[in-house]
Design a protein around this ligand. Structure first.
Ligand code: TYM
Length: 350
């Protein structure tokens, strides 16, 4: 059966890129799919070990999920460290994956910087934990922004290698199922996950530099719109966003080579739930002095209710903690079944 899984790290402020690239899609998918959404706290200690207020950060991401409209009763919302299967399966995947695969990850290279020898071993193994997150629930679909594409390819590689290396034992244990792999089906235990990276906002760029993605770690707060920004802050950041002196083109081809314009049009399209071409039909030929106030108004209209609901929820940590506990129990029950199968397949005594 299809199942959706995705995760968000509890580090730094959530921004418009996280919302448009991921969280808003989580909300849309819950209408038709069985979904598990996870605050990945184990991942958050890979780059920085000691956090001032990790509990508060975990609650704040959870509040954003709920405020955006995720229903924790019909679906599962929990924090990763509650379910020990994530770390257990990641260990097995550390033995499936090759060091070379990890060394090739662009996100590792970026985050480790020049002093790679001094990066944590966890940062190198990060994608293996991510594969475990997804495959612990045998999820088939993973909505993410474009920056996670390479990690999801690695998740597929791990599933394929596990299914191949253990094919005999999977069959002997009667645990194999038909698994879709492109147009073919193969027999295996883990599904070959489909990334869901679609729409006009899979890579929201910095408001100050159209060549850099909008990021929690950018030192300039003007580079991003945070989900906690109020209406004045949102309007100010859009007003100050970098643009070029030309009018908006009337067709998407005219956005080539204009990264900042392309980004703002993409943000507008995503917020309005339409396509860039439709935005340009409306705004083509007009100046940014007209487009920016329209964008600000739209952004405030869409984000203000989420912002208000997040604040309300954060004032009631008891409720958030109860949601995570309940979600953790339900996730744990699924995870336990997978770990029992995996231990059987690998050949551990249990
Ligand atoms: P994280 O916490 O960095 O980001 C959460 C989600 O937001 C998306 N995103 C963006 N989308 C569009 N434009 C941007 N500028 C932008 N910045 C971030 C990310 O692509 C992501 O979907 N490794 C993951 C967390 C993770 C995970 C998983 C995801 C751990 N396990 C299993 C899916 C499945 C991460 O660090 O996301």
């Amino acid at each position: 059966a299809p199942r959706v899984f995705s995760g968000v790290q509890p580090t730094g402020n959530l921004h418009l890129g996280n919302y448009l690239g991921a969280i808003r899609k989580f909300v849309a998918l819950q209408e038709s799919q069985d979904c598990i959404y996870c605050v990945v706290d184990l991942h958050s200690i890979t780059a920085q070990l000691v956090h001032e207020d990790l509990k508060g950060q975990i609650r704040s991401i959870t509040a954003a999920f709920l405020a955006a409209g995720i229903d924790p009763k019909r679906h599962i919302v929990f924090n990763q460290s509650r379910v020990s299967g994530h770390a257990e399966l990641a260990w097995i995947f550390n033995c499936v994956a090759r060091i070379g695969w990890m060394n090739r990850m662009t996100q590792f290279k970026e985050k480790a910087g020049k002093d790679r020898e001094n990066a944590s071993l966890g940062l190198l193994a990060y994608p293996s934990l991510m594969a475990a997150d997804i495959l612990l629930y045998r999820a088939t679909h993973v909505p993410v922004g474009d920056d996670q594409k390479q990690h999801l390819e690695l998740t597929r590689d791990i599933a394929i290698k596990f299914n191949n290396d253990f094919s005999g034992r999977i069959a002997a244990a009667g645990l194999g199922t038909e698994i879709a792999m492109g147009d073919e089906t193969v027999n295996g235990y883990f599904p070959i996950t489909e990334p869901m990276i679609e729409g006009p906002a899979t890579r929201v760029m910095s408001l100050k530099d159209g060549s850099k993605k909008m990021s929690k770690s950018d030192p300039s707060d003007l580079s991003r719109i945070n989900l906690t920004d109020d209406a004045d802050q949102i309007a100010r950041k859009i007003r100050k966003a970098k643009t070029d002196p030309d009018a908006l083109p009337s067709e998407t081809a005219g956005l080539a080579g204009r990264a900042e314009a392309d980004n703002l049009v993409g943000i507008y399209a995503a917020l309005a739930e339409t396509r860039k071409a439709d935005v340009l039909t409306e705004f083509g030929g007009r100046q940014f002095s007209e487009f920016k106030p329209a964008l600000a108004e739209l952004a405030v209209e869409k984000l203000a209710p989420i912002n208000a609901e997040m604040r309300r929820l954060i004032d009631d940590p008891g409720h958030i903690d109860a949601v995570l506990k309940d979600g953790g129990e339900r996730a744990g029950a699924i995870a336990e079944r997978t770990m029992r199968d995996v231990k059987e397949i690998v050949g551990f005594l249990q």
